[in-house]
Design a protein around this ligand. Structure first.
Ligand code: GAR
Length: 224
């Protein structure tokens, strides 16, 4: 390797099913040559996903594999896997990818497959997280980036962000504030994983870089 060789940036695929705002946050972060991952492919199970258009406009390779054209989950995933291998993908980010993945697929990508979920896991796995958080009356809600394991919305947590729930929040207003934080922590988590700046022990992910725990988020904030 010559002294001028740029450090290897992990070839990352982003899997989407819809609008792709998290995908955009990853593309933006990876636009910097010093970011340890490059977005090499955006893949959707829905050919009409808005995010595919956005990615294409950003000059990223895109592909659609319509799950409806496959008789079962396994044959769909085999097609997915073939494309990922063809593009020499090293890391996968699920970003609003609304298909449950089998243990076989997850096993192929163990430790190299991450997901963003719109809740503070392990609370509110599954769908409609903001509605359920509001119905429960929680005061703090948020989002999580985690390694994917076969059980849905489980797996070692890499990063979380919390927001205070306001008295007048609706699912839409709360979801919008959570989404803003998703766009902060997902690029950060991808950077950490791509640079290998972490170690894992059981469910705990520890960073091998220096970081400072912020002040507590208290809701409602106590008036002084
Ligand atoms: C995001 O809020 C993401 O956390 C959520 O879907 C949304 C996709 O939005 N993911 C899940 O619910 C996965 N279980 P985006 O397409 O604008 O990134």
């Amino acid at each position: 390797m010559s002294a001028n060789t740029a450090p290897h940036r992990k070839r990352t695929a982003v899997l989407i099913s819809g609008r792709g705002s998290n995908m955009v946050s990853l593309i933006k972060a990876a636009a910097s040559k010093s970011f340890p991952a490059e977005i090499a492919l955006v893949l959707s199970n829905r050919p009409d996903a808005q995010g595919l258009v956005t990615a294409k406009d950003a000059g990223i390779a895109t592909a659609a594999i319509d799950h409806k054209l496959y008789p079962d989950r396994e044959s769909f995933e085999r097609a997915l896997q073939a494309l990922l291998v063809e593009h020499n993908i090293e890391l996968i980010c699920l970003a609003g990818f609304m298909r449950v993945l089998t243990a076989w697929f997850v096993g192929q990508w163990s430790g190299r497959l991450i997901n963003i979920h719109p809740a503070l896991l392990p609370s509110y796995r599954g769908l409609h997280t903001h509605d359920r958080a509001l119905a429960d009356g929680v005061k703090i809600h948020g989002c999580t980036v985690h390694f994917v394991v076969p059980a849905m919305d489980e797996g070692p947590i890499i990063a979380q962000a919390a927001v205070a729930v306001r008295d007048d929040d609706t699912s839409a207003t709360l979801g919008a504030r959570v989404l803003e934080q998703e766009h902060v922590i997902y690029p950060m988590a991808l950077g950490i994983v791509a640079a290998g700046q972490f170690s894992t022990e059981g469910n705990r992910v520890a960073l091998t870089t220096q970081w400072q725990a912020p002040q507590a988020l208290v809701a409602p904030a106590v008036k002084s």
